[in-house]
Design a protein around this ligand. Structure first.
Ligand SMILES: NC(=O)c1ccc[n+]([C@@H]2O[C@H](COP(=O)([O-])OP(=O)(O)OC[C@H]3O[C@@H](n4cnc5c(N)ncnc54)[C@H](O)[C@@H]3O)[C@@H](O)[C@H]2O)c1
Length: 399
């Protein structure tokens, strides 16, 4: 347990915290790192993790801070307006950092209404709570994504003034939420800051996303399921760098500002696969040994729409003093190491590590909060002839 800062009592009732921050979605991937950073670095701040504990979350992510006197977990849905209001008033919340969302693009092609409910309606509900508590709330950081820009067909990096052009139900729900956030800034003068980040990887990420999914597939001796031709690229940021970016934006970000969060690790999905095959000791040099690489890869049907890339212009965040510090090589090594001992944090992940998890089950069952009974398997989505060794080897050569 950490000692509280001098002059700050360990009980909630009589305490005068310098700042009280409610982090929504704090039991998920990125926000758990933000919570840990803030709890440890700022003992005079109280950090409230408000999370409904959906399938992708784990309170194990927060074990290292759960006994800190300036940390508290509240189990709740952002759509529960009464509870959100109660927490804001009881704890005197002055800052909201809003991460909670449905986040997996693949899921959004199947059960997209849950994305609208959580991401759009959930954000709207939170904005209403902030509006009702405008006298208390002096900062509301809304966490959005680079995906709202769409695939940036001009080839130029998207800057914060670039028009939003989302192409899938997930990014559309994030863009919808952003419009509400911006409207509440204009109509009610809410103290909003918006962030739009590149792909994040690292410890605590539920294994439906590419890096931990590939790690899990390799650990089980399975083939890596690459969508389409594997040539779509994403820029990857290590999660601790991203947590530092939120610390910087929390303290130096300008109210009304939008901040892209991006870096210099653009990789195709195929390159990510090769990096992991090498780093986990399966193939020493996948670029040299294309035939061996091909044996560990299966090309599966692509997403209904798959943005090619999301280049970002991040000068505005750089001007606040943030730069990324963790190289892709180091970040991947640390991530692999973490999953060696923590991959059981979410229980049975079998339905998450297939090619297109939880897809297409909107009409058959409500999937939110529990594992789906049916997931699309690799066999159902594998595409011939690219998945044959020869074709895969040819594709594996093109990086
Ligand atoms: N992961 C990325 O690469 C990435 C990149 C850019 C932006 N983002 C954004 O960052 C945020 C966090 O992403 P992540 O990947 O860490 O998410 P995640 O899927 O790992 O976690 C989301 C968390 O939100 C909680 N949650 C969902 N709906 C909720 C609700 N209605 N009420 C309360 N809690 C709820 C879940 O229980 C979970 O703990 C999201 O807003 C996402 O759009 C993510």
């Amino acid at each position: 347990m950490a000692a509280a800062a001098a002059g700050v009592s360990a009980t909630t009732g009589d305490k005068k915290w310098e700042r009280v921050i409610m982090v929504t979605g704090g039991a998920g991937f990125i926000a758990s790192h933000v919570v840990i950073l803030l709890v440890k670095k700022y003992p005079t701040y109280k950090i409230i993790n408000y999370d409904k504990l959906d399938y992708c979350s784990s309170l194990k992510n927060l074990e290292c801070v759960e006994d800190y006197p300036n940390y508290e977990f509240v189990h709740g849905d952002i759509l529960a307006a009464d509870l959100v209001n109660f927490v804001i008033r009881k704890e005197n919340v002055d800052t909201i950092m809003h991460f909670a969302a449905q986040t997996h693009v693949d899921n959004s092609f199947g059960n997209s209404l849950t994305f609208t409910r959580n991401n759009v309606l959930g954000t709207h509900s939170l904005l209403e709570a902030a509006k009702a508590n405008r006298a208390r709330v002096s900062r509301f950081i809304h966490v959005s994504t680079d995906e709202v820009y769409g695939e940036g067909s001009s080839g130029e990096p998207s800057h914060e003034g670039t028009e939003m052009d989302p192409t899938n139900p997930y990014s559309a729900s994030k863009a919808g939420a952003e419009h509400l956030v911006t409207a509440y800034r204009r109509s009610f003068d809410l103290p909003i800051i918006i962030t739009r980040g590149n792909n994040v990887y690292g410890p605590h990420q539920f294994p439906e996303k590419i890096v931990p999914k590939f790690i899990a597939q390799i650990s089980r001796g399975r083939k890596l399921t690459l969508h389409g031709t594997g040539t779509n690229t994403r820029n990857y940021l290590f999660v601790e760098d991203v947590a530092r970016a939120f610390d910087v934006i929390l303290h130096k970000g300008e109210i009304g500002g939008v901040y892209n969060i991006g870096g210099d690790n653009e990789r195709s999905n195929l390159e990510v696969a090769k990096t992991l095959l090498a780093a986990m000791g399966v193939i020493p040099d996948p670029d040299v040994d294309a035939d061996a690489t091909a044996k560990h890869i299966t090309f599966v049907s692509d997403r209904p729409f798959n943005d090619l890339r999301y280049p970002l212009d991040c000068k505005r965040l750089a001007a606040l003093g943030w730069t990324e510090e963790v190289s892709f090589t180091d970040g991947i090594a640390r991530t692999i190491e973490w999953y060696k001992t923590n991959s059981g944090n979410w229980g049975d992940i079998e339905s998450a590590i297939v090619a297109h998890p939880r897809r297409g089950n909107l009409t058959t069952e409500v999937t939110e909060g529990k594992a789906p009974s049916k997931a699309i398997t690799d066999d159902e989505t594998a595409v011939e002839p690219a998945s044959t060794p020869t074709a895969a080897a040819a594709a594996a050569k093109t990086t």
